[in-house]
Design a protein around this ligand. Structure first.
Ligand code: ADP
Ligand code: MG
Length: 351
């Protein structure tokens, strides 16, 4: 086996279910990750992310459903025989061993040739910029260095699927950002399919191409990050991405309307609906039209690259708009804003 030849596996989850007594930790999750894709598994604490990862890795047995790698069921494959690399929040290294011995450990267990171990560990340490620390004991490393060892230890085995469970949540913001970039680079180079767990929507958007959202043990959407952000698949998904606007209304014959006369086309079936739109998509305009709403500006705050303006359009809670700095906004005055149909998503309202 050569480090360079591993290719990402296709991961398929088919109705995966796991209960802990009365707690339905993972409920009927079906998901397909394309070979070499990078997906953030996003969701609030306790929604079942770690349990799902443990099921994929084979650390837990499911109560129902299947895990397939390249269409092969992993039911009978023990955790240590799956081509899966794992990185956890706590690095779980051997504290008495050196950096290089920690990275070499898996290859030794696989009885790789000594020369091969040396070459691959060397290469890997170079990739994670730990060569100068190769002989240091891991007990003497900083948090970021420890996580780089954990990454190197997982990737040196050339896994076909890499699972990371909130790997950088204990690092400070700057370091976290650097580590995300490193993970992106390394996984792209290796071509490994990657599932990165996080509860932080900003981290998910920064690190991943695709987002799989989990809520209460269920999969609540799986789409490219940009689609998720701009066109959330459900109201629950929209609400998880904070600062999105909601305007209630009614859908009839392919058109969403509010009582105030705003309208936008939609493919939603007839009935109660909610329009969601990102603050940065809202535009200040001079005159009212069918795609505008008018209300009183209740606040305006300078936020560096834009103004954050709240407009009371009588829809329950004020609309938040990000407008260009210098826009003529007078707090207490009337404001007309356009909600471009391309930026509007109409969803079924949940009671
Ligand atoms: P997340 O990683 O998204 O924070 P977890 O997968 O750790 O969520 O947990 C999902 C749910 O399952 C939670 O309600 C949690 O308390 C429960 N849970 C997780 N592991 C166990 C366990 N070993 N025994 C009992 N309940 C568990
Ligand atoms: Mg967890």
């Amino acid at each position: 086996m050569n480090a360079g030849t591993a290719v990402g596996a296709e991961l398929t989850l088919d109705g995966l279910t796991k209960n802990f007594r009365a707690v339905a930790a993972v409920s009927d999750v079906s998901l397909r990750l394309a070979p070499g894709s990078f997906t953030a598994l996003l969701g609030p604490s306790g929604c079942g992310k770690s349990t799902l990862l443990a099921l994929i890795a084979g650390l837990l047995a499911p109560d129902g459903g299947r895990v397939l790698l390249d269409s092969h069921s992993q039911r009978a494959v023990a955790a240590e025989r799956r081509p899966v690399g794992l990185v956890f929040q706590k690095p779980l290294l051997f504290p008495h061993l050196s950096v290089e011995a920690n990275v070499a450990f898996g290859l030794r267990m696989r009885r790789a040739r000594r020369s091969e171990i040396r070459t691959r560990v060397h290469e890997m340490l170079e990739r994670v910029q730990l060569t100068p620390l190769a002989t240091r004991r891991v007990g003497q490393l900083s948090g970021g260095q420890e996580q780089r060892v954990a990454l190197a230890r997982a990737l040196v085995l050339a896994p076909r699927l890499l699972l990371l469970d909130e790997p950088f949540s204990q690092l400070d913001a700057t370091l976290r950002s650097q580590m995300r970039r490193l993970v992106r680079e390394l996984t792209r180079e290796a071509g490994v399919t990657t599932l990165f767990v996080t509860h932080d929507q900003a981290e998910a958007l920064e690190v991943a191409d695709d987002i799989a959202l989990m809520l209460h043990g269920h999969l609540a959407g799986h789409a490219p990050a940009e689609v998720f952000y701009r066109r959330p698949p459900s109201l629950a998904a929209a609400r998880f991405f904070e600062a999105i606007n909601e305007i209630p209304g009614v859908v009839a014959a392919g058109c969403f309307r509010t009582p105030a006369g705003f309208q936008t086309p939609t493919a939603q079936p007839d009935g109660a609906g909610v329009l969601v739109i990102r603050p940065e998509a809202i535009q200040l305009v001079g005159r009212a039209g069918p795609d505008t709403v008018t209300g009183r500006a209740c606040s305006a705050r300078f936020a560096g690259t834009h103004l954050v303006v709240e407009v009371d359009v009588g829809s329950g809670h004020p609309l938040t708009a990000h407008l260009p700095v210098g826009s003529p906004v007078e707090v207490g005055g009337l404001l007309t804003v356009r909600l471009p149909s391309a930026a509007c998503t109409v969803l079924a309202s949940s009671r």
